[in-house]
Design a protein around this ligand. Sequence first.
Ligand SMILES: [Zn+2]
Length: 93
Amino acid sequence: MFCTQCGQSLEANLNFCPRCGTSLNGATPRASKKLLRPLKDNWIAGVCNGFAQYFAIDVTVVRLAWLATLLLAGTGLLAYLICWFVIPRESLA
Ligand SMILES: [Zn+2]
């Protein structure tokens, strides 16, 4: 098969053209993700929840990892506070 956009010959199992990124086989390109602090289901400020959504992993894993850094080196608290200020709140819209 060929890319409809740039004419590159492609393997049939590809979902996206490696040359120009055009979606093939009706695949939709992944929407650009934003790191946000969600409004719901937060312990403190939603920093762990935001990272969990961004990386599509369990929020508990993020919290455990964060607690580990907190207990081992004490840097987790500072990192949390920085993220709290830097990462924007999810909008209500
Ligand atoms: Zn292409």
